[in-house]
Design a protein around this ligand. Structure first.
Ligand SMILES: CC(C)(COP(=O)(O)OP(=O)(O)OC[C@H]1O[C@@H](n2cnc3c(N)ncnc32)[C@H](O)[C@@H]1OP(=O)(O)O)[C@@H](O)C(=O)NCCC(=O)NCCS
Length: 208
């Protein structure tokens, strides 16, 4: 079995680590982190070094995933590393992913997530705990769907967009790139402009 290298040892990186360990697909799971000497949470993993140590640490059989919640940073790190190490996706054995779903490299699907027929995930997406991705949903690269969020059938979400905890997107709606849908918000119409949207129905939060 291969080793899994998780870039990031913060809270999100530790949840990715535990999800990977529980899947039983890797012989060893460890972190690289530029700031932390040990993981933020104890899931039985350790930090081997910083990202700049990658070349010295990595072996031909290693795989990597980015354990960073921030979408822009995750995508940047993914693009940087994918030419040096084989990218993996971490899919919880306690998630329910239809066999018809296409999952891009570098994705993380957390426990309790449900991904229904014909959905498609771009690279480096995060489907967080117990979110629901309905049939035919298309996510561009580095989308993060927060815990308990629900995307109705055929929803489309642009790159680096973030769906907050418990937010909902009604069927057929499109969200553009770099949209942040706040916790608990409900998108009832297309939201094309980059920015933060809150409330029911979701409206743009204007900077003060
Ligand atoms: C929407 C969000 C991104 C806004 O963050 P922000 O830009 O820092 O905004 P602020 O916290 O300064 O709040 C601005 C205003 O919006 C309100 N607000 C913030 N989030 C809100 C939400 N989800 N729903 C309704 N109102 C919200 C605040 O009360 C505040 O109102 P006021 O101006 O009347 O005082 C953030 O509050 C949020 O919901 N994040 C989601 C977090 C999440 O789901 N994380 C998942 C991690 S796995």
């Amino acid at each position: 079995m291969d080793r899994l290298l998780i870039v990031g040892a913060g809270g999100h990186g530790c949840v990715v680590a535990e999800t990977a360990i529980r899947s039983g697909l890797w012989s060893d799971v460890f972190h690289l982190d530029d700031l932390l000497e040990r993981p933020h949470l104890d899931v039985g993993t350790r930090v081997l070094g910083s990202i700049s140590d990658l070349a010295a640490l990595v072996t031909a059989n290693d795989q990597f995933v980015i354990g960073v919640g921030d979408n822009a940073l995750r995508l940047r790190l993914f693009e940087d590393l994918k030419n040096h190490v084989k990218a993996a996706s971490v899919i919880s054995s306690e998630s329910l992913v239809s066999k018809t779903v296409s999952v891009g490299d570098g994705c993380v699907i957390m426990p309790g997530a449900v991904v229904n027929v014909g959905a498609g995930l771009g690279q480096a997406c995060v489907l967080n705990t117990s979110c629901i991705i309905e049939h035919g949903v298309k996510l561009d690269s580095a989308v993060h769907v927060g815990p308990g969020a629900i995307l109705g059938g055929d929803v489309q979400v642009g790159t680096r967009s973030f769906i907050g905890i418990g937010a909902k997107v009604l069927p057929g709606i499109s969200l553009g790139a770099d949209v942040i849908l706040g916790a608990g918000a409900v998108a009832v119409s297309d939201l094309h402009e980059p920015g933060t949207y809150i409330g029911v129905p979701a409206k743009r939060l204007m900077p003060h």
